[in-house]
Design a protein around this ligand. Structure first.
Ligand SMILES: *[C@@H]1O[C@H](CO)[C@@H](O)[C@H](O)[C@H]1NC(C)=O
Ligand SMILES: *[C@@H]1O[C@H](CO)[C@@H](O)[C@H](O)[C@H]1NC(C)=O
Ligand SMILES: *[C@@H]1O[C@H](CO)[C@@H](O)[C@H](O)[C@H]1NC(C)=O
Ligand SMILES: *[C@@H]1O[C@H](CO)[C@@H](O)[C@H](O)[C@H]1NC(C)=O
Ligand SMILES: *[C@@H]1O[C@H](CO)[C@@H](O)[C@H](O)[C@H]1NC(C)=O
Ligand SMILES: *[C@@H]1O[C@H](CO)[C@@H](O)[C@H](O)[C@H]1NC(C)=O
Ligand SMILES: *[C@@H]1O[C@H](CO)[C@@H](O)[C@H](O)[C@H]1NC(C)=O
Ligand SMILES: *[C@@H]1O[C@H](CO)[C@@H](O)[C@H](O)[C@H]1NC(C)=O
Length: 811
C-alpha cells in the first residue's frame, strides 16, 4: 500500500478552470494523469473531486469494485493499454457522471454489463473477446454516441441488441476475426463505421456489408493475401441497399487486379467520395483496361494518396487512362511517383485535378488535352520546366486556380503565354523564375504567390494586372519595394526576406490600397530614406505583418540589430527643405528682434553709451594720477545757459552726487548776452576742475559758446586734454545750425564726442551712471577745502553771469 501511495505522488494533477468566476466551484476540472507509471493497481487515495483520470499505459490487470468509489465526480476515465481481463461495469455504479470510458487495448474476455445511462463514449476495441460483448443493458444506454467494439466472432444476434440505438460512430477494432455472419453490420444504425481489420482477413464481405451500413465507411488494413472472391460476385450489390457516400480505405496492400476490382465494385455503389491512402500494389497489371465498366456511377471524387508499387514495369498508359477515363469531377493522385499522365483525346468533365508530389515533366502538356471544365489544377512538387507550355494548355480550359509551386519552372522572354481569362489565383512559389515571369501572367489574376524565386525587380513594361489583390514576393532578390503602378488594387503584399535596403518613394505614392504589408527580415539601411517607411506603421497601425520583431536595421553598422521602431530619425535632420525653412525663420525672427530692440528701445544709443562708459573708465584709471597733479580743487565745472538752469539744478546736480554724495562743483550760468567775454574766474574754474561739463543747447551755442571757442583756441586745452571736457547735448543741434566761426564745436559735434541727453526717461539711469563714471575721482587734496562755503559772487565783468562754487554736501 505504501508503494502505491508513493507512486501516486508522481501522478500529475492538473486543475483547469473553465467558465466565469461565479461558476468557479462547479466548473472546476481536475485531471489526474497517472499515465505510463507501471501501476499494477488503481491508486486508492485519488482526489475525490477529480473529473478526469488517465490510467493508460500501466500494468493494471484487475479492477476492484471500490476502485472508483471515491472519485464520484469522474467524467472521463482512460484505462487503455493495460492488462485488464475482466470488466464489471457495475464498478462505475457510483460514477454517475461518467461520460467517457476507454478500456481499449486490454485483454478483456468478459464484460459484466450494467446500464450506465450517462455514458456517451465507450471503447472496448482491441480486446480479446470471443464474441462482440453486447448485452441487453447495452441497449439501455440511450446516450451512447461512440461505441468501440471487438470480438473474434461477429454475429447478427449481438448487434440486434443495439439496433435501436442511433449511434454516431461504431468503431470495430479487431485483433482477430474468425467468423463474420453476413448481414451483421447493416443491423447497426450509425453514421460512421470504422473497421480496423486484422491481418489476412477477407475484407470483401465486410466491405460489402459496410457499404450497406453507414454513410461514412472507413476501413483500415486491407490486404489481399487471403483473396478469393472474384469480381463478378461483387457486382450484384444494388444501389438501393447501399448507404455509404464517403468511403475511406487506409493502409491497402493488394495486387493490382484486386485494387482494380475494388474500384470497379465501388464504382457501382452509392459511394461519391472514394479516398485510398497508403496504397501499395504489386502483381501484374492487366494490359486490357477496357474491362473497366465506366457506366452507371454516382462517383464524383477519387483521391489516391501515398501510392507505392512493387512492380517494376507498369504499362503506364493503361494505368493513367484507367483513372482519367473515369471522367469524374475531382481526381487526386498525389505522392504516387508518377512520371507522366495521359488523358483521352476527347473532352473530359474534370473540374478538379490534383497530381501533387509526383515527378511529372513538361511532356504532360505536349499532347493536346481537352479539359474545358477544369477549374482547379494542382501540380505542386513536380518536375515541370516551361511556364508557357502550361499556359498553352490552360488557355483551352476555364481554369481558376493553378498551383505550380515547387517545380523547376522558368520563363524565357520570347515565349508566348496564353492564359485563360478565368484564371484568378496562381501559385508559382519555389520555382526558378526571374523578372521575366511578369511577362507571362494572366490578365485577371487576383492572388499571385511567387515566393522563393529569383526575382530582382518588377519590370516597368508589363501588362497591367488590374485585379491583383495579393502578391507574394517573399524570399526573392528584390532590392526595392515594388511600386503598384501595374497593380492598382493590390491590398496584400509580401516582400519578406528580400534584399530591400530602403523602400523607394514609388511604393508610397502608388500603393495606396495596400492594407497588409509584410516586409520583415530585409537588410534595412536605417537612414533618412527609411523615415517614410517607419512612419507607415505609425499612421496605419497593424499594417505591417511581423512588426516590430522582424524589422531590424542591417546598416549602418552602428545601428545593426536595432529594431526599426527604436530608430530615431528627427524630421529636421532628414528634410532639407524644412531645415532651410527653419534656419530662415530663425534668422528672420532674430533680425526682427534686433530691429525691434533698435527701434523700440533705441539699442544703438545704449551701445554707444556703454562704449563711452567703458572708455571713460579706462581713461579714468589711466589718467587720474596725472590729473591730480594739476592742482585740482573741484570735481567738476559746469557751464550752461540760463535757459537750461532748471535742468541743471533739478536733474544734473542731484544725479551727479548720487554716488558718494560729496562732490565739489563750480557753476557758470551764462546770460543771454553773447558780447561779454569770459571772466578770469570761469577760466580759473575750468583749470581747477577735474572735468568741465558744457550743457549744450541751441541757447548755449548762441550765447555762451563764443567765450569758450576763443578760450579753447587760445589755450589749446581742448586739443591736448579733451578728456577733461564733457559735452552734454541737451537738445539735438543740427550741424548746419552751428556757426562757421565755431570750428572747435563743429569738430566736437562731428566726432560725436558728447553725451546725448535721452528723451526716454528709462534711459536716464545709464546716462547718469556714465556721467558719474566720467567725473569720478578721489580728491584727497581738496579735503581741507571742506570749510569752503557755498557762495555766489556777482561779477561786474560778466553781469548776469553767475559763478557758483558749491559743495554739494552742503547744499
Ligand atoms: C497524460 O500524460 C500523457 C503523457 O505522459 C499524455 O500523453 C496524456 O495525453 C495525458 N492524459 C491526459 C488526459 O491529459
Ligand atoms: C512511457 O515511458 C517510457 C519511458 O519512461 C517512454 O519510453 C514511453 O514512450 C512512454 N510511453 C508512452 C505511451 O507515453
Ligand atoms: C432497460 O430500461 C427499461 C426502461 O428504461 C427497463 O424497463 C428495462 O428493464 C431495462 N433493461 C435492462 C436490461 O436493464
Ligand atoms: C437510424 O437513426 C436515425 C436517427 O439517428 C433514424 O432517423 C433512422 O430511421 C434510423 N435507421 C434505422 C434503420 O433504424
Ligand atoms: C448476381 O446477379 C445475377 C443476375 O443478375 C445472378 O445470376 C447472380 O447469381 C447474382 N450473384 C450473386 C452473388 O448474387
Ligand atoms: C472537388 O474538390 C473541390 C476542392 O477540394 C471541392 O471544393 C469540391 O467540393 C469537390 N467536389 C466534389 C464533388 O467532391
Ligand atoms: C483547344 O480545344 C479545341 C476544342 O475545344 C481543340 O480543337 C484544340 O486542339 C485545343 N487546343 C489546345 C492547345 O489544346
Ligand atoms: C503556394 O504553395 C506553397 C507550397 O507549395 C504554399 O506553402 C503556399 O501556401 C501556397 N500559396 C498560396 C497562396 O496558397
Amino acid at each position: 500500500m505504501r508503494h502505491i501511495r508513493s507512486i501516486y505522488l508522481f501522478c500529475c494533477i492538473v486543475i483547469s478552470v473553465r467558465g466565469g468566476a461565479s461558476k468557479l466551484l462547479e466548473e472546476r476540472e481536475l485531471t489526474i494523469n497517472c499515465s505510463n507509471m507501471s501501476l499494477r493497481k488503481v491508486p486508492t487515495d485519488l482526489t475525490p473531486s477529480a473529473t478526469m483520470l488517465d490510467l493508460s499505459y500501466n500494468l493494471l490487470f484487475q479492477l476492484q469494485r471500490s476502485d472508483f468509489h471515491s472519485v464520484s465526480k469522474l467524467k472521463v476515465l482512460i484505462l487503455c493499454h493495460n492488462r485488464i481481463q475482466e470488466l464489471d461495469i457495475r464498478t462505475f455504479e457510483f460514477n454517475t457522471e461518467l461520460r467517457y470510458l476507454d478500456v481499449s487495448y486490454n485483454r478483456l474476455k468478459m464484460v459484466t454489463w450494467y446500464s450506465l445511462a450517462g455514458l456517451r463514449h465507450l471503447d472496448l476495441s482491441f480486446n480479446d473477446f470471443d464474441t462482440v460483448p453486447i448485452c441487453e443493458e447495452t441497449g439501455n444506454m440511450s446516450h451512447l454516441e461512440i461505441l468501440g467494439l471487438s470480438g473474434a466472432k461477429i454475429r447478427k444476434s449481438d448487434f440486434q441488441k443495439i439496433s435501436h440505438l442511433h449511434l454516431n460512430t461504431v468503431f470495430l477494432g479487431l485483433r482477430t476475426l474468425s467468423h463474420y455472419e453476413e448481414g451483421s453490420l447493416p443491423i447497426l444504425n450509425t453514421t460512421k463505421l470504422h473497421i480496423v481489420l486484422p491481418m489476412n482477413t477477407n475484407f470483401w464481405v465486410l466491405l460489402r456489408d459496410g457499404i450497406k451500413t453507414s454513410k461514412i465507411l472507413e476501413m483500415t488494413n486491407i490486404d489481399g493475401k487471403s483473396q478469393s472472391t472474384s469480381y463478378e460476385t461483387q457486382q450484384n450489390l444494388t444501389l438501393e441497399k447501399a448507404k455509404t457516400s464517403i468511403l475511406l480505405l487506409n493502409k491497402v496492400d493488394l495486387l493490382w487486379g484486386d485494387l482494380l476490382l475494388i474500384f470497379q465494385f465501388v464504382w457501382h455503389t452509392s459511394v461519391e467520395y472514394f479516398q485510398v491512402q497508403h496504397v501499395t500494389f504489386g502483381g501484374k497489371v492487366y494490359p486490357d483496361h477496357n474491362s473497366f465498366d465506366y457506366s452507371n456511377t454516382v462517383m464524383r471524387t477519387i483521391k489516391l494518396e501515398h501510392v507505392h508499387f512493387r512492380i517494376f514495369s507498369i504499362p503506364q498508359e493503361r494505368v493513367y487512362l484507367l483513372f482519367t477515363k473515369m471522367d469524374i469531377e475531382n481526381l487526386t493522385i498525389s505522392d504516387a511517383q508518377m512520371p507522366h499522365m495521359l488523358f483521352p483525346i476527347y473532352p473530359m468533365r474534370f473540374k478538379y485535378l490534383n497530381f501533387a508530389n509526383n515527378i511529372l515533366t513538361d511532356d504532360v502538356f505536349k499532347t493536346p488535352i481537352q479539359l474545358p471544365h477544369l477549374k482547379t489544377l494542382i501540380l505542386k512538387d513536380n518536375k515541370l520546366e516551361t511556364l508557357s507550355l502550361v499556359s498553352c494548355f490552360a488557355s483551352n480550359t476555364s481554369l481558376k486556380h493553378l498551383d505550380l509551386s515547387q517545380n523547376l519552372l522558368q520563363h524565357e522572354n520570347d515565349e508566348n503565354c496564353l492564359w485563360p481569362e478565368t484564371l484568378i489565383s496562381m501559385n508559382l512559389s519555389s520555382n526558378k523564375f526571374t523578372d521575366s515571369v511578369f511577362r507571362c501572367l494572366p490578365r485577371n489574376i487576383q492572388i499571385l504567390d511567387m515566393n522563393d524565386n529569383k526575382i530582382q525587380t518588377v519590370p516597368k513594361e508589363i501588362i497591367h494586372l488590374t485585379s491583383l489583390r495579393e502578391l507574394n514576393l517573399a524570399f526573392n532578390l528584390l532590392t526595392d519595394l515594388p511600386g503598384c503602378s501595374h497593380f492598382g488594387r493590390l491590398s496584400v503584399l509580401n516582400v519578406e526576406m528580400n534584399l530591400i535596403l530602403s523602400p523607394s518613394l514609388d511604393f508610397f505614392q502608388s500603393c495606396q490600397e495596400v492594407k497588409i504589408l509584410n516586409a520583415g527580415r530585409n537588410p534595412f539601411r536605417c537612414t533618412c530614406e527609411l523615415r517614410d517607411f517607419i512612419q507607415l506603421e505609425k499612421y496605419s497601425e497593424g499594417m505591417m505583418v511581423g512588426w516590430s520583431d522582424s524589422y531590424i536595421c542591417e546598416y549602418p553598422l552602428n545601428l545593426k540589430g536595432t529594431q526599426l521602431k527604436d530608430v530615431h530619425l528627427p524630421e529636421l535632420s532628414c528634410n532639407i527643405a524644412l531645415l532651410i525653412v527653419t534656419i530662415v525663420v530663425i534668422m528672420l525672427v532674430l533680425g526682427m528682434a534686433v530691429a525691434f530692440c533698435c527701434f523700440h528701445f533705441d539699442l544703438p544709443w545704449y551701445l554707444r553709451m556703454l562704449g563711452q562708459w567703458a572708455q571713460t573708465w579706462h581713461r579714468v584709471r589711466k589718467t587720474t594720477q596725472r590729473q591730480l597733479k594739476r592742482n585740482i580743487q573741484f570735481h567738476v565745472f559746469i557751464s550752461y545757459s540760463e535757459h537750461d538752469s532748471a535742468w541743471v539744478k533739478h536733474a544734473l546736480i542731484p544725479n551727479l552726487e548720487k554716488e558718494d554724495g560729496s562732490i565739489l562743483i563750480c557753476f557758470h550760468e551764462g546770460n543771454s548776452d553773447p558780447g561779454k567775454n569770459i571772466t578770469e574766474d570761469v577760466i580759473k574754474c575750468i583749470e581747477k576742475s577735474y572735468k568741465s561739463i558744457f550743457v549744450l543747447s541751441p541757447n548755449f551755442v548762441q550765447s555762451e559758446w563764443c567765450h569758450y571757442e576763443l578760450y579753447f583756441a587760445h589755450h589749446n586745452l581742448f586739443h591736448e586734454s579733451s578728456d577733461n571736457i564733457i559735452i552734454i547735448l541737451l537738445e539735438p543741434i543740427p550741424l548746419y545750425c552751428i556757426p562757421i566761426r565755431y570750428p572747435k564745436l563743429k569738430a566736437l559735434m562731428e566726432k560725436k564726442a558728447y553725451l546725448e541727453w535721452p528723451k526716454d526717461r528709462r534711459k536716464c539711469g545709464l546716462f547718469w551712471t556714465n556721467l558719474r563714471a566720467a567725473i569720478h575721482v578721489n580728491l584727497l587734496e581738496t579735503r581741507q577745502m571742506c570749510e569752503l562755503q557755498t557762495f555766489t559772487e556777482l561779477n561786474e565783468g560778466s553781469r548776469g553771469s553767475t559763478i557758483s562754487l558749491v559743495r554739494t554736501d552742503c547744499l
